[in-house]
Design a protein around this ligand. Structure first.
Ligand code: C2O
Ligand code: CU
Length: 508
């Protein structure tokens, strides 16, 4: 199936704007801009530097009047926001009370390998001790302590599930949240803060008639039925059609080769919410937490985003944009000045890539004038300089022999495709046959060139995720700092990720 109809379709539709397969809801979503924007709770440490978070099943009211079962960190979706400070390490004990194994990745974190959320480094739920489904699988019973040194610059990070073969359905069900690292460099800036700093986790979902999440693969495919060889990651070629064994991606392929998109856009877990703002500057921490959907964000009736930060921290200087393309996994830290609008204006954040309801994201209503002593200074920070690369490597993201592969390989845990040296930098040339948002764990990078030409203004700064368009050649300069050990790069289209588009690299 993957090599036949699915690939053929992807091949001839691999235009610039093709993305995932739209899944329509059975439930009726609310009118846009009627639900107030929620702000996720801030995680509270149980003692200095120690957090305890339980992953559990809970009920949420996402569509008014209906109940949605979510799988949440702390039982909430999005999970709590972690407020971290550079130089203050934390331990997060994650307890798994879900019916499935999990692995938690701090996306953008400079994290030791044992806490990076490797896909086979699993936190097992009570009562579940399946035989290993993958070579090298590690099972932590019930609780795992993740250690985060937080030695990195201020940045907008996020965390989400990363379980082998099941990241997409488990994130869809709610396992994601934000983590903000702050530092003295950022403290010294007169940026909007407090109520004028909004984390905005944007993602799409579809809903069944009863309000539960709709997804094309069963959420509760028993991991015990997930025998070795049943998944896209380790299975034999071919035969991964809808008649495959339970678990893994045997159920999908075909229509969902491009990834899954929902018809309801959520911000912080609420459908097309509305936020009242004063006519002042606001700092918006934009995160695309969608499985497969890309957005081209614009403000209507017009307006600009002043970008102050990228995935991995503050830019050297602000950059103004009329529109921001954001692919799954990416973050943009922006300031919007609502004093540019008359009081009473409804300012809508839209997605120019989608038509109909999915073309709306959320709305800001400018309620009144207010004093504003914030500013966006011309110099924001002194990000690390670009080191000289020691080697160039190529990573090609492609459908090969019926699977999503990197350099022709399906993901093989423990078999690194590269061994960069700690303290060096390399040029990685990223290419592919389809649209792939490429994410590198641990190591941050700068975009050097797209098709040999200078990168876009929206590629500025240090990043950890970059959108690679079909047949585009994207050169990035990657720095290997912080830790030795095994990490991964992968496509952040979560369905592609689960369909084996991942690779290990080992920092030596
Ligand atoms: Cu956000 Cu390995 O992913
Ligand atoms: Cu991909």
């Amino acid at each position: 199936v993957l090599g036949g109809a699915g690939l053929g379709v992807a091949g001839c539709r691999a235009t610039d704007e093709v993305a995932g397969q739209l899944l329509r809801s059975g439930a009726r979503p609310p009118r846009p801009f009627t639900v107030p924007l929620p702000i996720p709770d801030v995680a509270r440490p149980v003692s200095p530097g120690r957090y305890e978070v339980t992953q559990r099943v809970a009920a949420a009211e996402i569509l008014p009047g209906l109940r949605t079962e979510v799988w949440g960190y702390g039982g909430i979706f999005p999970g709590p926001t972690f407020e971290l400070r550079r130089g203050e390490p934390v331990t997060v004990a994650v307890r798994n009370e879900l019916p499935v194994p999990t692995s938690t990745h701090l996306h953008g974190g400079v994290t030791p390998p044992g806490s990076d959320g490797y896909p086979t480094d699993l936190v097992m739920p009570a009562g579940l001790t399946p035989r290993p489904a993958h070579p090298g699988e590690v099972h932590h019973p019930l609780v795992k302590e993740y250690r985060y040194p937080v030695g990195q610059r201020a940045a907008t990070l996020w965390y989400h599930d990363h379980r082998m073969d099941f990241t997409a359905p488990q994130v869809w069900r709610g396992l994601a949240g934000m983590a903000l690292v702050r530092d003295e460099e950022e403290d010294a800036l007169p940026l909007p803060r407090g109520e004028r700093e909004l984390p905005l986790m944007i993602c799409d979902r579809a809903f069944e008639e009863d309000g539960s999440f709709r997804y094309p693969q069963p959420f509760d495919a028993p991991p015990t039925g997930h025998a070795h060889g049943a998944s896209g990651a380790t299975g034999t070629d071919g035969g991964h059609g809808r008649h495959g064994p339970p678990g893994g991606w045997g159920r999908l392929g075909g229509d969902y080769m491009e990834g899954v998109e929902g018809d309801v856009i959520l911000v912080n877990g609420a459908p097309w919410p509305v936020a009242e703002v004063t006519a002042t500057r606001y700092r918006l921490r934009l995160l695309n937490a969608s499985n497969a959907r890309r957005y081209l964000l614009r403000l209507t009736p017009g307006g600009r985003f002043t970008q102050i930060g990228s995935d991995s921290g503050l830019l050297a200087a602000p950059v103004a944009h009329d529109e921001i393309p954001i692919s799954p996994g990416e973050r943009y830290d922006v300031v919007v000045d609502f004093s540019a609008y008359p009081v009473g204006t409804a300012v809508t954040l839209v997605n120019a890539l989608a038509e109909g309801p999915a073309g709306n994201v959320m709305r800001f209503v400018v309620t009144r004038r207010a004093p504003d002593d914030s500013r966006v200074p011309a110099v924001l920070s002194r990000p690390p300089q670009r080191p000289s690369p020691v080697v160039t490597r190529r990573f090609d993201f492609r459908a090969t022999d019926g699977a999503w592969t990197i350099n022709g390989q399906r993901y093989r845990p423990g078999v690194p495709l590269a061994r960069p040296r700690l303290g060096t930098a390399e040029v990685w040339r990223l290419t592919g046959d389809f649209r792939h948002p490429v994410h590198v764990h641990l190591a941050h990078f700068q975009v050097l060139a797209r098709n040999g030409r200078p990168p876009a203004a929206t590629d500025a700064g240090w990043k950890d995720t970059v959108d690679v368009r079909p047949y585009e050649v994207v050169d990035v300069l990657v720095r290997f700092d912080g830790h030795r050990g095994t990490y991964m790069l992968h496509c952040h289209n979560l369905e592609h990720e689960d369909m084996a588009m991942m690779a290990d690299f080992e920092v030596i």
